[in-house]
Every structure is written in structure tokens, then in C-alpha cells.
Design a protein around this ligand. Structure first.
Ligand code: GUN
Length: 283
């Protein structure tokens, strides 16, 4: 039976450490880390995530500023807000919550963010720095996965790591991070032939496909470490992962639960990135 990778507990530890460092920055330099979160439209999941980010900021002693725009907001309105935040010395981190309504191009908006304030790690400057092995800000969810593996002493070097899902937010940056830790990385996606023949070879298996319960026990090697990045909302409001938890837990050595696994780590990494941004701007 697998041991649980307790993201909620580890995220709490990270957040307490960040809050302490934020206090030091405030006492020493008079600087309070500030995060601006921009939400467009009324996607209920995004509203919940944004509220979580604001509440985490408040608990860490950060300033947080939320911009909630209607789904009809234009690109030029958003660019004006982002431009103002780039120039605002009280704001160290800027985040545009994804997904955006279809008429808004995420690349245009992300590229408008000052890379030093791109605490989501999605600007091409930051993805490029990760690519070349000299990371600056790195994406929060994949950073949270690496942090969780580190905190449980799970070595990645030489391991066969398989990622299911190739998003810019999770799959692609996580592949680069695991590669930097000397894992042998395989990416799978919707066009992969015979997916289970690939996943069953994984020492570390990451499910980031957005497909409830798609990773079944038969797809997992005995003793594998299984990381579930899925956050699929069911009609009754409950959240389920991409991994069929009970059958996979019988074979895995470690497994993340949903909720309480990777999700809380994402917010903890966002706070850490925002603190780092404030510290760097402070010199
Ligand atoms: N939507 C789901 N996860 C994320 C994230 O980490 N950052 C942003 N900006 N949007 C998201």
C-alpha cells in the first residue's frame, strides 16, 4: 500500500517559511511582497482558485490586489491593467488566471507581463531560462511537484519519469525540471499509441491530462511513485484527480491524493515566487 505524499502538510511548511521571510523583508527593508491576480469571466473553478490565492497571500502577510473583469473584457483593457501593474512598485508578482475567454490570446497577455514579475513562470523569458538550465521564475504547479518529491527524499536521477499531458502550465515545464534532475523523461499525450505500455515502465508517473480516473492500476508498475495533477470537478462539486486512487494506491510506493496533494503545493510555490520577486527587486 502506497504512502501518501501529503501536499497539504508540506505546503503549510513552505507557507510558514515564506511568511517568516516576508516578515524579515518587511522589518529589514520596509517591503511587503505584493501579488496582483487578474481574473476574466466567471469560470467557477477559476474563481475558487483566485480566492485561494488571495487568502494565502493575506495569511503570509502579503499585499494582494484582485482584478475581476467581465468575460467581455478586451485585450487592450487587459494590456492597460498589466502595464500599470508592471510600473507599480507595490506589486512584485502579476498573474493572469487561466483559462481565458476564447477571444483573449493568453500569449499576448503573458508576454506583456514584466518577466521579473511573472511569478507564474509562463513568460517566454522564464520558460526560456528553464529551457537553458538557468531558471528564474518557474511555473508553480510543476515546481510544487518537484518540491514534494524533494521533501519526501525521492531521488529523480536515472529514474524513468513518464508525464501524461503536454500543457504549457504543467507537462512541458515539468519535463524540463525532471530532465534537470537527471530523470529519463517521456512525454505522453492524446496521440500517444498504447499509452499503458509507456506508463507501466515509469518509476515516476505524473498524470496531468485533465481526464478523471484515466490512470488505472493496470497502467502502473509495482512500486512506482504516482503524482496526480488532475483537478476535475464533478457535477456534485467534488474534485477528483486523473488517477483511479484506490486501485493505483495498492501498487504504488508513494501517491498524491486529490484534493490535498499537488493543489496546495501550487499556491505555496506562487507565494515563494512572489517573495523571491520582492527580494530580487529589493536587491
Ligand atoms: N489555472 C490553473 N492553474 C493555473 C496556474 O498555475 N496559473 C494560472 N495563471 N492559471 C491557472
Amino acid at each position: 500500500m502506497a504512502l501518501i505524499l501529503d501536499g497539504k502538510k508540506i505546503a503549510g511548511e513552505v507557507r510558514r517559511a515564506v511568511a517568516e521571510e516576508a516578515l524579515t523583508l518587511k522589518d529589514g527593508r520596509g517591503i511587503t511582497p505584493g501579488l496582483a491576480v487578474i481574473l476574466v469571466g466567471d469560470n467557477p473553478a477559476s474563481q475558487i482558485y483566485v480566492r485561494g490565492k488571495e487568502s494565502a497571500c493575506a495569511k503570509a502577510g502579503f499585499l494582494s490586489r484582485a482584478f475581476s473583469l467581465s468575460a467581455a473584457a478586451t485585450e487592450s483593457e487587459l494590456l492597460a491593467i498589466i502595464g500599470g501593474l508592471n510600473r507599480d512598485p507595490a506589486i512584485h508578482g502579476i498573474l493572469v488566471q487561466l483559462p481565458l475567454p476564447r477571444h483573449l490570446r493568453p500569449d499576448i497577455l503573458i508576454e506583456a507581463i514584466d518577466p521579473a514579475k511573472d511569478v507564474d513562470g509562463l513568460h517566454p523569458f522564464n520558460t526560456g531560462r528553464l529551457f537553458t538550465g538557468n531558471p528564474y521564475h518557474t511555473a508553480c504547479t510543476p515546481s510544487g511537484v518537484i518540491e514534494l518529491l524533494d521533501r519526501y527524499g525521492i531521488d529523480m536521477a536515472g529514474k524513468d519519469a513518464v508525464i501524461v499531458g503536454r500543457s504549457n502550465l504543467v507537462g512541458k515545464p515539468l519535463a524540463l525540471m525532471l530532465l534537470a534532475r537527471n530523470a529519463t523523461v517521456t512525454m505522453c499525450h492524446t496521440k500517444t499509441h498504447n499509452l499503458s505500455a509507456v506508463t507501466v515502465r515509469a518509476d515516476i508517473l505524473v498524470a496531468a491530462a485533465g481526464s478523471p480516473g484515466m490512470v488505472t492500476g493496470a497502467m502502473v508498475k509495482e512500486g512506482a511513485v504516482v503524482i496526480d495533477v488532475g483537478m476535475n470537478r464533478r457535477d456534485d462539486g467534488s474534485v477528483v484527480g486523473d488517477v483511479a486512487f484506490s486501485e493505483v494506491a495498492r501498487k504504488a510506493s508513494y501517491i498524491t491524493p486529490v484534493p490535498g496533494g499537488v493543489g496546495p503545493m501550487t499556491i505555496a510555490m506562487l507565494l515563494r515566487n512572489t517573495l523571491n520577486a520582492a527580494q530580487r527587486i529589493a536587491g
